[in-house]
Every structure is written in structure tokens, then in C-alpha cells.
Design a protein around this ligand. Structure first.
Ligand code: NAD
Length: 485
């Protein structure tokens, strides 16, 4: 696998130039496989954040980018997408190195990221930035969609490339300028994006890069020259961002956490359910916002399904990211490992039955590894069924009927994703319509990022993907003129 090559890891990208940080501290990237520091990049401080926002503001206000015809920006984005596509092998290597994700799936994860650009380009080409509707009071009414302004794009560490491109692609097509603030654990992808932006000649200030820890990120989030915060991360931080944006009536898009349910209907066998639920919960070691973490099953089949899942979980091969046979890698950070251990202890204390897992595996003997874990006889009111664990921990919950299953699934502060396990598409659709979640798929965790993606309730505000994703970076202006133009 190709090692990522970052040209200026000790610098930030601001106003079209690589610059030394003014007041940030370097960020260390720790391998989840080995627990060693494997890379260092610059960290931005508050003054760097202000510099980056000022550069993005100036470029936006000058209008060369923001007021240009959309096709010019779409052409620029096409060049960026092509440059990034050429660097996919490095992006894949970067993801595995920072996240510990298996190299076998890294190319697919990265492909989703580049696909976000291609999808946004397609949407941008079809989108009508100006229309002429009928108006009772003006012959020349026009509806004009204009860019929202300076965007701060703040992303987490689990799929950093995909989550960053989901923001920058529609934002740039809309005509916004962007300050990228990747997670301190996984900044390399954003460096590659900035290098490609430089290489393909995006105008200075259009795309800026300031990796940083929480303190500086908060400073960025509070900067009054930012017009929109595009955030993916925890609901806890999302609430803070919503508060700050609320004070200024500033735009924000929030893609937050989840506690998504999988409802097993009667026609779906124990073995089929066990296979899907297990292969899902080990994906990215459970560190997926859309993860199906609550399996809701008919009460009379609860014990048999628990047994079938435990048998599947025991077969899962855990290994280093470069182990081509590994089905599950480590958790991304020590903090994440400790968080999962904490929730396992809480589950036991509250009386859930630990069927399998619940500990670090004997091998590998270093790294942030954790076994696939099943809790059975979980009550939906328990902490492990209500709070997002973000690890390979599945809760099995018994229900008395399909109505009861839907009630349990909806009894959550979250509403990001859900699944209905059945061979009957009509039954799947009927249940899907009653679930309070932004995405519902038949038979497993499925997401199509070319379509709208986002959460109900405390899983977020707004949607990424599709035309709705582009609309999130546009303001709508109605012009009432005396004649048509
Ligand atoms: P996090 O909320 O701790 O951090 C996310 C980002 O916000 C990071 O870049 C971090 O540096 C920054 N940040 C932290 N505090 C901040 C503050 N006060 N002001 C501004 N920025 C701040 O989340 P995480 O642990 O990095 O990621 C895991 C979370 O992300 C999970 O809850 C997961 O469900 C969620 N997630 C959601 C989606 C989705 O599409 N809904 C996708 C992936 C991950």
C-alpha cells in the first residue's frame, strides 16, 4: 500500500499559501494498531483560525469565485475530483494508518469520498440557480439561489475524507468559500485535499486548512465572519454549535450521533439476522454514526437469536489494519477504547446479560482492540440502549409485536438510521414509514450518499447529499422586477 506523502505537514493552508502556524501546537497521530506516534502535522491556534476565516471572507466578498457562473466552479471541482481520484491509494493508506481500518476495505471507503464530488458535480449541472416563477404583483419575478458565504467544515475521525468531501463539494459548487477543520486524530486526508486544490488552481482563499484541537475549533466556531457551520460529530458538540449559531441566527448543518434500530420481522430466520447484525456491528469496529446498535427481535426468538449472533461474533477475525484477512481492526483511539469499556461496565451494572465479548482480545497484545460484544435481555431504558457507544457493542431487545418494536425503535433521542430485516418489501416499507429516522433500509445498514442523508431529532439538522445537500449551502433570494429579463 502506498504511504501518504504530505508536502508540508508542518504548515497550514491559508489564502492559497502554505504557512507556519502562529499559535497552534503540533498534532501527533497515534497508530491504533501499535499505539506509536506515526505522523505529525501542524495544529492551528485561535489566531490561525482568524487568519483562515479572514482569507475565506475576503475571497468570498471579492466575488470572483462566489459570483462567478456556476459552470466555472463546476469545472474547477471536476479538476479537483480528478486530482483526488489519482491520489485515492494514498488516501486509503492514510485512513488505515490513522483509523486502524482494514486495508481490505480502505479503497471502498475512500471511493465514497471521491464519489461525493462526482455526485455534487452532477447535481450542480442539473440545478437551476435562477428561475422565473409567476407572480401576481411583478411581471419579472425571479428566484435566485446564492451562496451562503464562508463555511467552517468541521469533521470527525471515523471516515474523514468522505465526511469532508460531503461538505466541500456542494459548498464549492454553491460558491461558498471554506475553512476545513478536520479532526486532530485524522488530518491527513484534508492535507491531500488542500494539496489537490492548490495543484488544480482553485483561487486563493476558496479552500483553507486548519487542523486543530477542541480549543481552537471552538474559536473558529464562534468567529462572527463564519456564515455557516457544516458539522459532523457528536450530539454533545452539536448542541453547543446549535446554541452558538442560535444566538446569531447563523446557518448550521449538523450530522450527529445515533442509536439506530434493526427490527427483525417474523419471516427472517435467526441465522440470516445473526449474519447481518454481526457483519454490521464489526464494520469500522462499530464506529459508524449509522450503526445498527439495537436489534429488536420477537420475544419468543430472543434466546435463539442471541445464540446465533454469539456464534457469528466468535468467528470474527480481529487484526491489524494490514492483515488482509482481518474483518475487524482496532478502535481508533485510546479514548474510544476506554469509552467502550466504560459502557460495558455500565451495561453489566444495570443488569444486561453479557453473552459474548466485553473485553480486549488476547491478541493482538498491543493496540486499541476490543472484541465484538453482545448484550442480551437489554431493556430499552438502559443506558447502553439509550446512549451512543461508538464501538462493536450490540444490544438485543425483545418485543411483543411489530407495533411494540416500532415503539421501542422510536423511543430514543436519536433518529439517524434504521433497518427492517424481512424478505417482504411491503412490510419493510410499512414499518419504515412509521420509524422516526432519516434513513431506513431493508436488510442492513445501507446508505446512498448521492441521496439526502441526515437525522431526525437529536441526530441532526439538515441533509447532506442530493439536491437538498446543495440547497444547504444556498440562500434563496426573490427578486420582483417590472419586466422579464
Ligand atoms: P466530536 O463531536 O468529539 O468531534 C467532531 C469534530 O468537532 C472534531 O473535528 C473536533 O475536533 C471538533 N470539536 C470538538 N469540540 C468542538 C467544539 N466545542 N467546537 C467546535 N468543534 C469542536 O466527535 P468525534 O468523537 O470526533 O466523532 C464521533 C461522533 O461523530 C459520533 O457521535 C458519531 O455518531 C458522529 N458522526 C456522525 C455522522 C453523521 O453523518 N451523522 C457521521 C460520522 C460520525
Amino acid at each position: 500500500m502506498k504511504t501518504p506523502h504530505v508536502q508540508f505537514p508542518d504548515q497550514l493552508y491559508i489564502g492559497g499559501r502554505w504557512v507556519q502556524p502562529l499559535d497552534g501546537n503540533p498534532l501527533e497521530i497515534i497508530s491504533p494498531d501499535t499505539e506509536h506516534v506515526v505522523f505529525r502535522v501542524a495544529g492551528a491556534g485561535p489566531r490561525d483560525m482568524d487568519r483562515a476565516v479572514a482569507a475565506a471572507r475576503e475571497t468570498f466578498d471579492r466575488g470572483g469565485w462566489s459570483a462567478a457562473p456556476a459552470f466555472e466552479r463546476i469545472e474547477a471541482l471536476q479538476r479537483l475530483a480528478d486530482a483526488l481520484e489519482r491520489r485515492e491509494p494514498e488516501l486509503a493508506a492514510a485512513w488505515s494508518m490513522q483509523m486502524g481500518g482494514p486495508t481490505s476495505i480502505a479503497p471502498h471507503i475512500v471511493r465514497y469520498g471521491t464519489q461525493n464530488l462526482f455526485d455534487a458535480i452532477k447535481i450542480g449541472r442539473q440545478f437551476r440557480f435562477e428561475t422565473s416563477p409567476e407572480s401576481a404583483i411583478a411581471k419579472g419575478a425571479r428566484i435566485v439561489h446564492e451562496p451562503v458565504g464562508v463555511v467552517a467544515a468541521i469533521t470527525p475521525w471515523n471516515t474523514p475524507y468522505m465526511l469532508m468531501t460531503a461538505k466541500i463539494a456542494p459548498a464549492l459548487i454553491a460558491g461558498c468559500t471554506v475553512v476545513m477543520k478536520p479532526a486532530p486524530e485524522t488530518p491527513i486526508e484534508a492535507y491531500i485535499i488542500a494539496e489537490c486544490a492548490d495543484e488544480v488552481g482553485l483561487p486563493p482563499g476558496v479552500l483553507n486548512l486548519v487542523p486543530a484541537e477542541r480549543h481552537a475549533a471552538e474559536h473558529l466556531m464562534r468567529n462572527p465572519d463564519v456564515d455557516k457551520i457544516a458539522f459532523t460529530g457528536s450530539t454533545a458538540v452539536g448542541r453547543q454549535i446549535a446554541q452558538v449559531c442560535g444566538e446569531r441566527v447563523r446557518r448550521c448543518g449538523l450530522e450527529l450521533g445515533g442509536k439506530s434500530a434493526a427490527i427483525v420481522l417474523d419471516d427472517f430466520s435467526d441465522a440470516e439476522a445473526a449474519k447481518i447484525l454481526t457483519s454490521t456491528i464489526v464494520t469500522l469496529s462499530g464506529q459508524v454514526c449509522a450503526m445498527l446498535t439495537r436489534a429488536i427481535v420477537p420475544r419468543h426468538r430472543h434466546d435463539a437469536i442471541a445464540e446465533a449472533i454469539a456464534a457469528e461474533m466468535k468467528q470474527i477475525r480481529i487484526g491489524h489494519s494490514d492483515d488482509l484477512e482481518a474483518q475487524m481492526g482496532p478502535l481508533a483511539t485510546k479514548r474510544q477504547l476506554e469509552r467502550v469499556e466504560y459502557y460495558v461496565a455500565v451495561g453489566l451494572k444495570e443488569g444486561a446479560a453479557l453473552v459474548t465479548g466485553g473485553a480486549r482480545p488476547p491478541r493482538p497484545d498491543r493496540g486499541f482492540f476490543f472484541e465484538p460484544t453482545l448484550f442480551a435481555n437489554v431493556k430499552n431504558s438502559m443506558t447502553i440502549a439509550q446512549e451512543e457507544i461508538f464501538g462493536p457493542v450490540l444490544c438485543l431487545i425483545a418485543c411483543d409485536s411489530t407495533d411494540d418494536a416500532i415503539r421501542i425503535a422510536n423511543d430514543s433521542i436519536y433518529g439517524l438510521n434504521a433497518s427492517v430485516l424481512t424478505h417482504d418489501p411491503r412490510a419493510a416499507a410499512a414499518v419504515a414509514r412509521r420509524l422516526r429516522a432519516g434513513n431506513v433500509a431493508q436488510n442492513g445498514m445501507r446508505a446512498d450518499f448521492s441521496l439526502p442523508w441526515g437525522g431526525f431529532k437529536q441526530s441532526g439538522i439538515g441533509r447532506e447529499g442530493g439536491e437538498q445537500g446543495l440547497m444547504g449551502y444556498l440562500e434563496t433570494k426573490t427578486m420582483l422586477l417590472d419586466t422579464t429579463m
